[in-house]
Write a protein that binds this ligand. Structure first.
Ligand code: TXA
Ligand code: MG
Length: 343
């Protein structure tokens, strides 16, 4: 299959091109499109066969449920008939935006989307291309991140092409995504609401609106959100995350880097800007300033991919502070990294 790349300027949407992509969705084909978080691989939510193609193309197990994207709050009432007031309050505050709400599903939602769960995950993306595509397709669009299963999520159209080129009908190229990490997944079927995946809306922001949220422990979230069980976000290189306190992290990373270099590996370090000059003997990529977590999030996946492109074999990553977007970044780095006993 030849994948058509449709370039669309998010500031001046070319509706003819959006319509071309929407036609593919209507026909039951797959379209990769930008959202504010990462690129999604979209299919018509009400077409089972189209949805099944997503799993096939990504190599994604069927036990990993999908997020349904809407462009109009009215669609929410079709997807769920039990919407607690807290969910409406959150939707009003954060939509369109990087927050996914998990709600009891209605009959209309097929179990291929929900992996057999009785809940559905819904979000309204804050991206004009995504919103126009959903509107023109006249259907909610289910979309996981548009990467091969287990790999780093794509934050530009080239990343999508690298993973899925030749396997899907259309990739809309709308440039680099703004947030860079996926949406926050929040289960609002229980009180207090529970964060199943940290993401673009921070826990601090959620607490400001609803007062209290719970954060799932790894195992709990694996149970409630089956997709979280699987190893994720992995670059091809082996990633080692060093979660030391400030004083010793540079030392520990330099020690590890020397060790791997001596063994003949191509080693790269992902460092905060303030530390980049402390690793003079090594190759360093900068994620951003440690106190500019939004920028770090926007750079994260793209840096991991560039280490792979340059055939690094070992990536040693500095940790970041776990507040605001730092929580989402660290969750992803932990999942991408090899367990300690494997070093
Ligand atoms: O930002 C995002 O969320 C991106 C863009 C494309 O919207 N999408 C995304 O989708 O990251 P995906 O499939 O890569 O991750 C969806 C996450 C998985 O962890 C999955 O387990 C969880 O959402 N999820 C989906 N439906 C769920 C449900 N009913 N209950 C609990 N978790 C659910
Ligand atoms: Mg994903």
């Amino acid at each position: 299959m030849k994948t058509k790349i449709l370039e669309i300027n998010p500031k001046r949407i070319d509706l003819t091109r959006i319509k071309m992509a929407a036609e593919e969705i209507k026909k039951g084909n797959l379209v990769a499109f930008p959202t504010e978080t990462v690129y999604g691989l979209g299919a018509d939510a009400y077409n089972r066969e189209a949805v099944a193609k997503i799993f096939k193309v990504k190599g994604r197990p069927f036990n990993d449920p999908l997020i349904t994207h809407i462009a109009d709050i009215k669609e929410l009432y079709k997807l769920s008939e039990q919407i607690p007031s807290v969910a409406l309050k959150l939707a009003k505050t954060f939509w369109p935006g990087p927050l996914t709400l998990v709600l009891k599903k209605s009959e209309i939602v097929s179990d291929i989307i929900t992996a057999g769960l009785d809940t559905v995950a819904v979000r309204m993306p804050a991206d004009n291309i995504a919103l126009s595509l959903i509107r023109e397709a006249q259907t909610p669009i289910v979309a996981p991140s548009a990467n091969i299963f287990g790999r780093t999520s794509p934050t530009n159209a080239q990343h999508v092409e690298d993973d899925l080129g030749g396997k899907i009908e259309v990739i809309i190229d709308g440039g680099k995504t703004k947030v860079g990490v996926e949406s926050t997944v929040l289960d609002v079927t229980i009180t207090p609401a529970r964060v199943l995946r940290a993401g673009g809306v921070s826990v601090e922001q959620l607490i400001e609106v609803v007062g209290e949220v719970k954060i799932s422990k790894e195992l709990e979230s694996s149970f409630r959100s089956p997709g979280m069980l699987n190893s994720h976000y992995s670059p091809q290189a082996k990633l080692i995350l060093v979660e030391k306190k400030r004083e010793s992290e540079v030392e520990e990373i330099s020690r590890l880097a020397s060790e791997y270099k001596a063994r003949g590996f191509k080693v790269g370090i992902m460092a905060k800007e303030e530390n980049q000059n402390k690793y003079n003997r090594f190759e360093v990529k900068v994620i951003g300033k440690g106190n500019e977590l939004n920028i770090c999030a926007a750079n994260l996946f793209s840096i991991l991919r560039s280490f792979d492109e340059e055939r690094f074999e070992i990536i040693i990553a500095e940790g970041l502070e776990e507040h605001d977007l730092g929580l989402a970044i660290m969750e992803r780095l932990r999942k991408a990294s090899v367990p300690k006993y494997e070093y």
